[in-house]
Design a binder for this molecule. Structure first.
Ligand code: NAD
Length: 274
């Protein structure tokens, strides 16, 4: 993704990956989690919070080695093991290999977090070319299927899948038509897969973030959009990655043992229609 120089300085406040007040209490002790896009933004916060709760973490990431290494350092600082799996989730063979490598290297897989995502804002639908459409769908929804399918080789009773959808699945998004379509699909995928896997006692849920300060925002929105980012929420601000991560911890833990097929909206009170 094309990160625009200079705009990063306008991100106010800078991304906060761990809430200083957040105390882990072993909710995920002994668990192994695989987090796609776990290197950056929301995924990084989830990786670090999971580690703080006692989980070992496998991180799938595309190309930002600096981000991935920094996240690994943060996970290891919590006393947990972290492995880095570099590759493109658009590639089905890579998805399969990443799950197999996680189980091989960390001994098992208990929690899959399908979180890697990308967006290209557009002025009108005609400007979405075939390649962009394919890339967006392959990254944002096809990969979620591939990781889930492969993870089912390893997930046992009591384990779970958490998918990152978006507030854009619940409101009109005229400049993110393809992206919001994939996010709508993730919501339906979550509900249907949850029902399908209920007999196996594997829970499937989703988190729908509203505006959150992450590198994705800096890379893809223009200066004007960044200036007003979050102003449409009831709380009149964008969230921090750490404010999302606690929802993932809750869904991954025994605290959510009777919750499946649901979406938790973490969005500062943004009005949603769904
Ligand atoms: P981010 O750019 O910080 O992190 C996304 C990560 O996904 C990247 O660092 C990259 O490693 C990974 N990724 C992207 N394409 C990949 C590919 N083809 N193969 C492998 N890895 C790939 O962005 P973020 O804001 O933390 O986004 C995380 C999720 O949250 C995404 O699904 C996004 O759609 C969703 N989301 C974000 C916001 C927001 O305001 N930031 C709002 C709603 C939903």
């Amino acid at each position: 993704q094309n990160r625009q120089p200079g705009i990063e300085a306008q991100m106010d406040p800078a991304p906060e990956y761990i809430k200083n007040s957040y105390q882990g209490s072993g909710k995920l002790a002994g668990k192994v989690a695989l987090i796609t896009g776990g290197d950056s933004g929301i995924g990084r916060a989830v990786s670090v919070h999971f580690a703080r709760e006692g989980a070992d973490v496998a991180i799938v990431y595309l190309d930002e080695d600096v981000d991935a290494n920094e996240t690994k350092r943060l996970v290891e600082a919590e006393g947990q093991t972290c492995i880095l799996l570099k590759g493109d989730v658009k590639n089905v063979d890579f998805c399969k290999k990443a799950v197999a490598d996680t189980a091989d290297q960390l001994g098992k897989l208990n929690i899959l977090v399908n979180n890697a995502g990308m967006q290209f804002p557009q002025k009108d639908p005609k400007s979405i070319d075939e390649q962009q459409l394919e890339d967006t769908f392959r990254t944002n929804i096809f990969a979620y299927f591939h990781f889930a399918n492969q993870a089912l080789e390893h997930l046992q009773e009591g384990d779970c899948i958490i998918n990152t959808t978006s507030v854009t699945a619940y409101r009109s998004s005229p400049n993110l038509i393809d992206y919001s379509s994939t996010k709508g699909a993730i919501t339906s995928f979550t509900r249907s897969l949850a029902t399908n896997l209920a007999d196996k006692k594997i829970r499937v849920n989703a988190v729908a973030p509203g505006p959150v300060w992450t590198p994705l925002i800096v890379a893809t929105f223009d200066e004007e959009k960044i200036k007003s980012f979050g102003s449409e929420t009831a709380m009149k601000r964008a969230g921090q990655p750490s404010e999302l991560a606690s929802a993932y911890v809750f869904l991954a833990s025994e605290d959510a043992s009777f919750i499946t097929g649901q979406v938790i909206h973490v969005n500062g009170g943004e009005v949603v229609n769904g």
